[in-house]
Design a protein around this ligand. Structure first.
Ligand SMILES: NC(=O)c1ccc[n+]([C@@H]2O[C@H](COP(=O)([O-])OP(=O)(O)OC[C@H]3O[C@@H](n4cnc5c(N)ncnc54)[C@H](O)[C@@H]3O)[C@@H](O)[C@H]2O)c1
Length: 364
């Protein structure tokens, strides 16, 4: 049987639409833009480049070619400014709202900025989308809304108390979406992303996520820090699956106020297992770090011990099937990382480390 997503891509390619992707210069947003352009769609991007990067836009152009890229209009703007949201929504069929400030630690350190982007910005986007009469707004929520709910497997209807300001902003988005859909009739679907992984994740700064941070350490023979004892687990979701979920959610015919779906792979990977997968992938790309061991430290405030998505609702509701496996994505990330580091520095240190397998390990 043909996958629902395959059927959708055929329909879209024959009947192109206009899409707004907010957070287009970011990790997930840039993959959405690239995929939509490859499907012959017209795309507007909106970003203030607070965590997004121009290199991600350059990578989109390299991947799709100049003809497809000419269907892309990238706007610099801020969702905390209503006029930027109005400008971006003009003439758009679907909005995929990704712009937000991620990271639990950042939300604890900078709650006002997080609230402004994630809550005020969200309210502006729903208002602008409603005024522009878009067909639907799909927005990025997060598995963090499950908070302290004790069950390992997360089911959409059962959430606990938020464990961080970031989680509270995503929870607020979901409540706002339900209220706006049922009052003004804007069609909205929320997607609770679990830990999304893929190329173009930010590799710099204080709020780098686990894979880029560990890879940097492992390549330079430093011990990556694992919060907790390594047994904590996550449902790491390749970004290609997230792209598919967004397009399915945008175009599925029947939605109700408050519709919300888990988006994940549906598999648990412990932090120790993830470390092992990265070690193997680096080895396959010529960088031996077999002697690098993790450094275990205390769990971070606001982190959940385990999370695994139940995918029944999204499978039944919109025909989502996570077809892209974790291991392939890990190899793509490692390849991107190794290539970037090598070209940037003509990296003598990396060359040295990849060829000299007896180099002693350094501790941080
Ligand atoms: N990556 C994950 O694992 C994950 C998990 C759960 C939820 N999410 C959510 O998915 C969305 C995308 O996350 P990502 O990982 O691609 O993060 P990202 O930081 O790479 O992308 C977010 C983008 O939004 C932009 N942005 C931030 N504030 C803005 C503002 N005020 N105006 C305009 N643009 C702004 C940033 O510059 C960036 O390009 C976010 O809403 C995030 O909360 C991500």
């Amino acid at each position: 049987m043909t996958r629902p997503y395959r059927l959708l891509t055929n329909t879209l390619a024959d009947n192109p639409k206009s899409w707004l992707v907010t957070g287009a210069a970011g990790f997930i947003g840039s993959h959405l833009v690239q995929h939509l352009l490859q499907l012959n769609q017209r795309v507007v991007g909106l970003d203030n480049y607070s965590t997004g990067r121009k290199e991600n836009i350059d990578s989109i152009r390299d991947a799709v070619g100049s003809t497809a890229f000419s269907r892309f209009d990238m706007l610099r703007g801020d969702i905390t400014q209503m006029e930027d949201c109005v400008r971006a929504c003009k003439g758009v069929d679907y909005v995929l709202h990704q712009a937000a400030l991620g990271s639990v630690p950042r939300s604890i350190a900078f709650p006002q900025q997080t609230h402004a982007a994630n809550v005020t910005g969200f309210v502006h986007m729903t208002q602008a989308a409603h005024e522009a009469q878009v067909r639907r707004l799909v927005y990025a929520s997060s598995s963090s809304v499950y908070g302290d709910h004790p069950s390992v497997e997360k089911v959409e209807s059962r959430v606990g108390k938020p464990l961080s300001p970031y989680a509270a902003t995503k929870r607020a988005n979901e409540d706002w979406a339900t209220a706006v859909s049922s009052t003004v009739g804007l069609s909205m679907v929320g997607l609770r992303y679990f830990n999304v992984v893929g190329t173009r994740q930010n590799r710099k700064g204080a709020y780098v996520t686990v894979i880029p941070r560990w890879l940097d350490h492992m390549i330079h023979r430093r011990q990556p820090e694992i919060y907790g004892d390594g047994a904590n687990s996550r449902d790491y979701c390749p970004v290609a699956n997230v792209v598919e979920a967004n397009l399915l959610a945008a175009t599925t015919p029947n939605v109700s106020p408050g519709d919300i779906y888990n988006v994940a792979l549906g598999q648990r990977t412990t932090l120790d297992q993830l470390f092992g997968l990265l070690q193997q992938a680096l080895g396959a790309h010529g960088i031996s770090c077999a002697h690098v061991t993790p450094h275990y430290t205390a769990p971070r405030p606001g982190d959940m011990a385990h999370s695994l998505a139940n995918l029944e609702r999204i499978t039944e509701g919109i025909g989502y099937q996570p077809c892209h496996p974790l291991i392939d994505t890990i190899h793509e990330i490692v390849k991107e990382t190794v290539e970037t580091l090598a070209t940037k520095a003509h990296s003598p240190s990396i060359h040295l480390q990849s060829t000299n397998r007896n180099t002693p390990e350094r501790t941080p």
